[in-house]
Design a binder for this molecule. Sequence first.
Ligand code: TV7
Ligand code: CA
Ligand code: ZN
Length: 397
Amino acid sequence: ANSISRPKGYRVSWHYNPAVENHHFGQTHPMKPWRLTLTKSLVLSYGMHTAMDTYIPRAATKEELAEFHKDSYVDFLSVATPQNIYEMYPELAAGPTGYSSAIFGVGDDCPIFDGLFAFCATYTGASIDAARKLCNKQSDIAINWSGGLHHAKKAEASGFCYVNDIVLAILQLLRHHPRVLYIDIDVHHGDGVEQAFWSTDRVMCVSFHKYDREVFFPGTGPLESTGPIHPDNPGKNYTINVPLNDGIDDEGYAYLFQNVVEPTIKTFNPTAIVLQCGADSLGHDRLGCFNLNIRGHGNCVSFVKSFGLPMLVVGGGGYTPRNVARAWAHETSILIGADKTLNPDLPEFMPHREAFRREGFTLFPNLSAWKKDNMNTRADVEKIIRHVREQLAYIRG
Ligand code: TV7
Ligand code: CA
Ligand code: ZN
């Protein structure tokens, strides 16, 4: 393979333990670790690993998970298996749905599968290691595409997420960084991270997401949800939500993203940024409803990178595996400064090349030509920007 030279003036690290690929949520479950196999395949075949420090991180320990999660929940995750779960909790056998949050959130969305704890400890170990590399300045941009599981709560699995690696990574960053900005471009609301840092002014959470309280998971994250209401609570105004309708396109998203993120960075003045790059905001996602192309999604990464702050970049959702891999490979190239020189035609010889046949062997298929009309009006977008500016007037860095 060809090799790409290291970026000038900053270091990028790639944190990936291929053990995450060995785990499966179930035949029909939309979360496919295969997308990580495909991402790795593109990153390596393009030779991008030669421009980064690559680490195979160890698994997180129970003690590390317990820095955010409740001990009894960590214990539960560490012992539950498909074999013993019904003996431990006969209630779970009751029905196909409706028991979702009865026992630590376990259910159809968050099944107990073989090796569940190893899977959680593996993706979380990568995020924690990545955060530590940023703290001790061995890295300026640290990447963990297997992380970004933003829905997990202190004692509850939710929306395919069991352990909140983002919260644990931010807790690491807070040991050295006075202020951390969290930005979430997954099509779903980053509710678990928002909830964890709801009452602090040291972490500002910004999520862009499809919002429909009744029908779209998790149903939280309206524009008005900006932190605790109590005037004495330090977290007041330190949460920004950008609720969107179906079909937002590259242009509308870029306009909104830049007009929310830039004033937020200027006002809050973070010393580190965590970017969750959920790829279910792409067009043609199996669960998503936006119309973004790979380049439109990647432009968010370029924009955040342009501020030159230490950055932790994590994955998240993404349910059309080949497009997830395209997006995250492209975003890796942006982070190492190779996006302008990378050949948009996929490498001729690479593992799993056939997986990319459908849209053609290119990094940039047209994903905006599908069923969703853009239901976000100019007025909707301007209203959000105005609301965010008014909110930011209350905070100082
Ligand atoms: C970060 N949507 C996670 C996004 C989590 C979304 C949901 C499914 C789903 C689950 C399946 C399945 C599915 C085709 C899609 C209200 C319910 C409806 C379970 C069937 N097929 C992230 C979570 C969301 C599980 N959950 O942000 C097994 O879709 O809408 C819901 C909740 C109750 C439970 N049922 C779905 O991207 C990583 N789940 C097939 C098999
Ligand atoms: Ca989001
Ligand atoms: Zn999602």
